[in-house]
Every structure is written in C-alpha cells, then in structure tokens.
Design a protein around this ligand. Structure first.
Ligand code: UD1
Ligand code: UDP
Length: 391
C-alpha cells in the first residue's frame, strides 16, 4: 500500500485496544507510525503495555501528561499537527473518547487527513462527561466510523450520519482478550497465589472517572458501598488496583479504606486479565472493564449513573449502581445471585482485520474516484486538442 497511516493514542485503554490494529497494520506491511501524546506516562500505565502487547515504542511521544485539560488539548493538537506536516499521513486512526482522541482527530481534520474513529457511536447521553463531548465531536469529523454494536449503530442512525460513513467492525477489546488470555494464563500463573487470592473467591474493583473521584461525596459513596459489600462477605477480599487519579484524591480527601479492601498498584494487562477472569464479581466505573467482564463472563456492577455500553445492561450481564452505598451493596447481591445467560455483544475478535479492511476499501474507492477524474480530465484535454488541431 502506498498510503501512510498515523495511529494516535495516549492512555492505557487506547494502547490495549489499538494493539490489535497496530499488529494488523504491521502484518499487512502498511506504512504506519504511532504518535503517543504521553497523556498516560507512568511505567505501569504506559511503557509496560507496549512491552506486554509486543508493539514497538511509538515513533513520537509528546509528553503531554499531567497538564490541565485546557493546556493539554492545545499542546497535543499543536504537537500532532507538527508531526503530521512532517510525515504527511493519508489516514489517522483514533480509538475511544479521551483528550488524546479528540486532539488527534482535530489535528488530522485541520490538515485534511482522513479520520478513522474506532469505537464510534457510543453515547452515555450525559453531555457533562468530557468523554461524551470527545466522542460526539470525533464522530462528527471522522470519515470512517467503525462502530462495535447495534446500540452504537442506533446512535449513529439517530444522529443521521450518512450510512456510507460507517462500518460494523466489532470492538478490538475482544481481539485483545482473545490474543492475550492464554498468554496471561501461561506467564502469570502464580499471580492469585502471590496475592493470597483464591479463584472465584474474591471481588475486583476499579474506579477513576473524573465525575466520581474528583467529588468527595461520590468517592466516599463508592468506598462506603464497597465497605458494605466487604462487611456482608467477610470471607472475600476486594482487590483494588488503584488508578493514580484516585490515589491522589483518596489522599486529598483523607478517606479510609475497609481492611478487606486490598489496594495494589495498577498492574499490566496480562495480570489484570488474570484478576478479572478469576473474580467472582467486578465493581467498576471503567468503560473497557464493563466490556471485558462480559467477554470473560464475570458479573459486573457499574459504579456510574449511566453507561455508553448499554448492551451489557440489556443482556443482564451488568447493572448500574451509581455511587450510593446502599445501592452498590444491593446491586452486588443481585449480580452474585443472578443466573446470567452470557451473550457475545462486542463481536468475535476480528475487529482489527475489519477496521483495516474498511480503510483499504476506502482508499481503493478514493483511488477509483481519483482515476475517474483523471480520465475525465485527460479525455477532455484530448478532445480540446483534437478540435483545435482540426481547425
Ligand atoms: C483518562 C481519560 C478517561 C479514561 C482514562 C483511562 C480523559 C478526559 N480522560 O482519565 O476517559 O477512562 O484516562 O485510564 O481523557 N496520572 C499519573 N500517571 C499516569 C496517568 C495519570 O500519575 O500515567 C495522574 C496525573 O496526576 C494526572 C491524573 O492522573 O493528572 C489524571 O490523568 P488524566 O490522563 O488526565 O485522566 P485519567 O483520569 O487518567
Ligand atoms: N487495566 C489494566 N491494569 C489495571 C487496570 C485496568 O491493564 O490495573 C486495563 C483493563 O484490562 C482494560 C483497561 O485497562 O483493558 C481499562 O482502562 P481504564 O479503566 O483505565 O479506562 P477506560 O476503559 O475506563 O477508559
């Protein structure tokens, strides 16, 4: 292929979900490069994932981590634009809904580079969330919308996107789980034992969303809810790999944790897959973890008032608890008792192949359109030359 592809990413979930796409670009020998905005930068939120997922260190790293939002987005757009001017890619792929995603899409759009949005069409219908704003704007400036589920398609239809723009690709979260679960089981076999956990006899929790952890009452609500769950199940540990944003806020608000909540540092993807698969129940406000819980067939309680993954709710694999402690405890009991019929709502693990197929088809179409215009131009010129030469 002659066209060049830019992959822009910046956070832990983007590295994970983009890894199957990067591997597929590499397999097809497509000319690509990766820009890391540096939004996530700690070893265990960033570098570790490139090593584990067998993808090369990005060609560029902007080092935008830790800046306040207004400075961060300007810094990223500026940095990405400079690189685009130098590299001149034809296509830019972004995934999800973070600041890095919107920055990549804006910089590409400005230079007339084709924006491809993986995980298009997700909507929480809560416009106060920065992620909702990012995904709506990114969808509206993309030329190829790779949507993962029927609910995402419905959102795109309701917003009257041109059907020529979107493709059903599934979500690379399934590819990533399929590609890494067996590796994780092999390489991290002793993990549960080393954490003194027993398979299916512990709960796993994570929370980091700004709307949850930046507000003391909501963060306290989650911690109190988890304490109620811990009190009810004294024979179960609740493992909490603590996100750096949450760590900072727990310290700032001086919040205390129940003794059965086991705090650990964020772990790599392979270890996290083992922790998820071995858990009896997951309680989280993460987007990606709601998806992985359903793929790994672990009941999930979502610590939010809404979700952009409603298919997990309607399939009965997930429930919304918000941050009210009583509701969190009630939802945990409900999901522990429930007989769940597991459904495959995020596709079958060929999303990366479908995304690159869709890009290749778009490039072919563009080349065809270009060829038609060239033919028209040349034949028009020939006719004009003929007319004048006859005179
Ligand atoms: C971001 C995304 C969120 C996504 C999450 C994935 C936005 C608006 N938010 O939230 O949608 O779900 O990533 O985890 O883009 N920090 C570190 N080391 C790191 C990363 C962060 O110490 O490697 C600390 C810094 O103090 C930083 C804070 O965490 O200021 C918040 O990081 P930031 O990237 O702004 O937001 P996240 O909460 O990670
Ligand atoms: N994850 C991980 N280590 C951890 C916690 C999460 O590897 O300690 C992975 C998890 O498997 C999922 C992704 O990180 O693929 C989710 O990231 P996060 O919750 O930070 O972001 P979100 O999906 O909410 O945007």
């Amino acid at each position: 292929m002659r066209y060049k592809v830019a992959v822009v990413l910046g956070t832990r979930p983007e590295i994970i979900k983009m890894s199957p796409v990067i591997r597929e670009l590499r397999r097809r020998k497509i000319n690509y490069f990766v820009i890391h905005t540096g939004q996530h930068y700690s070893e265990n939120m960033d570098t570790l994932f490139f090593k584990e997922l067998d993808i090369a260190k990005p060609k560029y790293n902007l080092g935008a981590g830790g800046l306040p939002f207004n400075k961060q987005i300007g810094f990223m757009v500026n940095g990405i634009e400079k690189i685009f001017r130098k590299e001149v890619p034809y296509v830019c792929i972004v995934q999800g809904d973070t600041v890095s995603v919107i920055a990549g899409a804006l910089a590409a759009k400005k230079l007339d580079i084709v924006v491809v949005h993986h995980e298009a069409g997700l909507r929480s219908h809560d416009i106060t969330m920065p992620e909702e704003i990012n995904r709506i704007i990114t969808d509206h400036i993309s030329e190829l919308l790779c949507f993962p589920t029927k609910d995402a398609l419905k959102n795109l239809q309701e917003e009257q996107f041109n059907p020529m723009l979107y493709r059903n690709t599934g979500n690379t979260v399934v590819d990533a789980v399929n590609q890494n679960l067996e590796i994780a089981k092999r390489k991290k076999a002793g993990l549960l034992e080393s954490l003194k956990l027993e398979y299916k006899k512990y709960f796993l929790t994570t929370f980091h969303r700004a709307e949850n952890v930046d507000k003391k009452e909501r963060l306290k609500g989650i911690i109190d809810g988890l304490s109620k769950v811990a009190d009810k199940h004294r024979d179960r540990m609740i493992v909490l790999p603590l996100h750096p944003r949450t760590k900072k806020k727990i310290k700032e608000f001086k919040l205390k944790m129940h003794k059965n909540i086991k705090i650990i540092n964020p772990v790599g993807y392979l270890e996290f897959l083992i922790l998820e698969e071995g858990a009896e129940l997951i309680l989280s406000d993460s987007g990606g973890i709601q998806e992985e819980a359903s793929i790994l067939k672990v009941p999930c309680v979502t610590l939010r008032d809404n979700t952009e993954r409603p298919e997990t709710l309607s399939a009965g694999m997930n429930v919304l608890a918000g941050t009210n402690p009583i509701l969190i405890a009630k939802c945990a009991e409900q999901m522990l008792r429930k007989k769940i019929v597991w459904k495959n709502v995020f596709g079958y693990g060929k999303a990366a192949v479908k995304i690159i197929d869709a890009i290749e088809a778009l490039m072919k179409k563009r080349r065809n359109v270009f060829a038609i215009f060239r033919w028209l131009f040349l034949s028009l010129r020939r006719n004009i030359v003929n007319i004048f030469s006859r005179r």
